[in-house]
Structure formats: C-alpha cells, structure tokens
Design a protein around this ligand. Structure first.
Ligand code: CMC
Length: 428
C-alpha cells in the first residue's frame, strides 16, 4: 500500500503523507494542504474527514465491527457492566477488582446534587422536554464547581470533575422525569448500584418503595453499554469541538447532549416509538409506510433505519433485537409494536430501495421498545441514550485535552455576494 498520495493541481504536484491506524485504517493527511496549495477540501457532513486520531473506539462499518479499547462490543454487552465499561473507556483499561470497587465507591459518594439546583427544577415547566432540562442542569454544574472551569488542572482534580458528572447525571435525569409528572424528587440511595439507583430515583415514591427487578437492571446495563461510545459521531464531535476552545467538561458535555437530541441522532429512539405507534393506530399496514419512506417528495423516513457508517449491519442492533425479545419474555409482556417493528424490518430488508442504499436497523430501532417495557416514558428515551453515551463523551474530551488538540475551526467556500457598497435605507 502507498505511504503517500500525490495531488496534481494544474502543472504542480504535491505529496501528501498517508497515516495508517492500528487496524490498518488509512487516511491522507492534509494538515499542510492549504499552506502548500492555497486550496482547502470541501466535505459537507464530514463524510470523508477524519477529525482526529483516537485510541478509544474502533468501528468498521462494512464488517459491522465495534470495539471499545480493543474489546468487542458483543463480549462487553454479554459479560461486563456499565460502570466497568465507563472505566475502560475513560481510563483505557478494564479495572482490577480493587480499582473497580474504588471507582464504584467514589462514584457513589457524589450522587447528590446541590440543593440549590432544585430551584432550577421548580422553574422548568412540567411540559419541558427532559433533554432541555438535562442539558441545562449539566452545564449548571460548572457554576457549582467553579474549579472545573480550567480543563488543565491536575489529574486528580479532573478525575473529581469526571466522577461528579458520572455520579450526578442519573440524579439529574431522574429528577427531570419527576418534575415532568409533578412528583417530589427522590434522593439517591448510595448502597444501590449505579443502574439500580437510577431506577430507584425514577420510580420510587414517598408513599411506596420501588422493587428493583434484576431483569430490568441487566437489560438497562446492556443498553447503556451498547450506547457508551461510537467514535466521531455528531454529539461526540460536538463535545470535542466545544472542548477544543478549552471550555470546561460540564459545558462541553452539555453541548453534546444538545447535539444528541435531534431525531437523526439520539432523538431517533423516541421518533421510532412514535412512528411505530402511528403505524399501529393507522391499522398496521407496513407497505404504505415503506412506500412513504421511499417517496422523495414525502419527508417521512423510516426512523431507526440507516446509518452513516454501518453499511452491512449495526452490531448493536443485532444484540438489542435479541435483548428486546428476552426482556419482554422475562417480564411476561407483549408490546404490539414489536411485531410491527419486526415486520417493518423484514419488508425493508427485502426491498430494493433499502438493499441498494444499504439501510439496516440501527441501535435505536428496538431500544425504545425495551425502554417502554421498563416503564421509561418516551420523552426520556434520548436522556437514556445520553446517560449511556456519557463515558464515551468524557473519554473523548479527556483524550482531546491530553493530546493538546488545536481549537476546531473548519473553513468554508464562500458563495455569497461580492463586495458591494452600502445604500442608505431611503434609497433602497
Ligand atoms: N428512510 C428512508 N430513506 C433513507 C433513510 C431512512 N431511514 N436513511 C437514509 N435514506 C436514504 C436517503 O434518502 C438517501 O437516498 P438517496 O441516495 O436516494 O438520496 C440514502 O438513503 C442515503 O442517506 P443519507 O441521508 O445521505 O445518509 P446519511 O449518512 O447522511 O444519514 C442517517 C444517516 C442515520 C441520518 C439516515 O440514515 C437517517 O435519517 N436515518 C433515520 C434516523 C435514525 O434512525 N437515526 C439514528 C442513527 S443511529 C443512532 C446514532 O448513533 O445517532
């Protein structure tokens, strides 16, 4: 394989180095392109642009491979738990038993949020979308912990900021839900595990305890692991971009939460359930909706289908489809939209439109059905995605700071008017 590329521009030719990753991924390094040639590259949506080198997650979209720090997602989803995966992503290694106990204990010490933050919750309307609430309260942590403002503090201080965020996020998320239904906030119980604690804060009442079902805990752990990182996607790149200005961790993660919200990214899990419910209410005719998804004059898309990088299958979707069946069976539940989802998948996978464009179910196609079976309300689905993605965002922010990456600042090709003179308003 060549170790450099040659670019011909008119009569001149330029040599561009080729960078090769540990999994033999190849990139043409254009760092000096503009200074050498006076040209920039144009790549709308960054479809071909590598924004960084990274040692966190490896993904091969053609082969359906996803690994965190080298470990296959299938093994982690089967054998690990969410906090262990968080440690792996953020610190680079699976923890020893002692390191894991210490990490869990330290997280459990920071689950409370400042009482003054309750004022924010009281001020948000009950109809507020919880993603807006969670993004706001996440960035507000930087006001309660001003020492977090400097991302270049000692490693210990950065670790404290990280642990606070991981610990407080479930509390902030569960309180957003409680606020939306007008119920009092439920405080964390630190003897509970990470996922158990979250379920307790979501569903316990001052009048009643919530009986934690290990089936639900395992299923949620798996979903969080599957969402924990996905290299340079829209929200993660947003975290790195915001952080590259040396914005603090809390603010950078808040930017990522906002980027995740949209239906083309993390918001797809809510949009999928809404779509499936709509199809069911409409009589369950699959063909009509498949035709609508194919019609370029119709804005309707098959939500939970297609992916920028997976062009064969999304390995996360494969695991979730099975986990979804397992969960519903174990809980003895039936969700009529599960049958609709399966039929939709079958029809789409045999339809030339979807086959030719390599459109497959993605991570969000079945996750909403699982969240619904656990009692998580639809508005909270994307918050669940954010909870899962949190360690990935943190790891990516930490790596970006450690690598001393320059501030992110893309260029553009200007296509507006050429210079023209100002005309007084009376003369226009
Ligand atoms: N339904 C119908 N047509 C689709 C769909 C879909 N879900 N997704 C892509 N297409 C078509 C698209 O119209 C285009 O057709 P053509 O070549 O004829 O113009 C072609 O497939 C390529 O699509 P694209 O929009 O250029 O691809 P992209 O890489 O820019 O977009 C995507 C990827 C995920 C935004 C898109 O597939 C989509 O909108 N999917 C539905 C939303 C969704 O499920 N998002 C969650 C993604 S997974 C969670 C995450 O990590 O974010």
């Amino acid at each position: 394989m060549p170790d450099h590329a040659e670019l011909r521009l008119g009569d001149a030719s330029y040599e561009l180095p080729v960078v090769v990753g540990t999994e033999q991924e190849r990139a043409i390094d254009i760092t000096n392109l503009r200074s050498a040639t006076g040209h920039i590259t144009l790549d709308s949506g960054y479809k071909n642009t590598g924004a960084t080198t990274s040692a966190i997650t490896y993904l091969d979209g053609e082969a359906g491979i996803l690994r965190y720090r080298g470990y296959p997602i299938e093994q982690l989803a089967e054998k690990s738990n969410f906090l262990e995966v968080a440690h792996l992503l953020i610190y680079g290694e699976l923890p020893t038993k002692e390191a894991m106990d210490r990490f869990s204990h330290e997280i459990s010490e920071h689950t409370l949020i400042h009482e003054d933050m309750k004022g924010f919750y009281n001020s948000f309307p009950t109809y507020a979308h919880p993603m807006g609430v969670v993004a706001s309260v996440t960035t507000s942590l930087s006001t309660f912990y001003p020492e977090s403002l400097n991302p270049h503090r000692s490693e210990d201080k950065i670790n404290l900021t990280i642990k606070r965020l991981i610990a407080k996020f479930p509390t902030m998320a569960a309180w957003a839900f409680k606020n939306s239904i007008g119920h009092p906030a439920v405080y964390p119980k630190n003897k509970l595990g990470y996922v158990e604690n979250f379920l307790h804060m979501m569903f316990a009442l001052p009048t009643d305890d919530y009986e934690i079902d290990p089936v639900v805990v395992n299923a949620m752990d798996k979903l969080l692991i599957l969402h924990a990182d996905h290299e340079q996607n829209c929200s993660t790149s947003t975290v790195r971009l915001a952080g590259s200005s040396q914005a603090n961790l809390y603010a950078s993660i808040s930017a990522g939460i906002v980027a995740l919200w949209g239906p083309l990214h993390g918001g797809a899990n809510q949009a999928v359930i809404e779509m499936l419910d709509r199809i069911r209410e409409d009589g369950g005719s699959i063909d009509k909706w498949i035709e609508r998804a194919k019609d370029k004059n119709d804005p309707f898309r098959l939500m939970g289908f297609g992916h920028r990088v997976y062009k064969n299958f999304d390995p996360r979707a494969k695991i979730i489809k099975k986990a979804c069946d397992d969960l519903l069976n174990k809980l003895g539940m039936k969700d009529p939209v599960l049958d609709i989802a399966k039929k939709l998948e079958e029809v789409a996978l045999n339809d030339p439109y979807f086959v030719e464009r390599k459109l497959y179910p993605n991570v969000d196609f079945y996750s909403g059905i699982m969240y619904r079976a656990m009692g998580i309300p639809q508005d909270m689905f994307t918050v669940m995605f954010a909870l899962g993605r949190l360690p990935g965002w943190i790891a990516q922010w930490k790596e970006m700071v450690a690598n001393k990456e320059p501030i992110g600042r893309p260029r553009q090709v200007y296509i507006g008017p050429n210079e023209r003179n100002y005309v007084n308003i009376a003369d226009r």
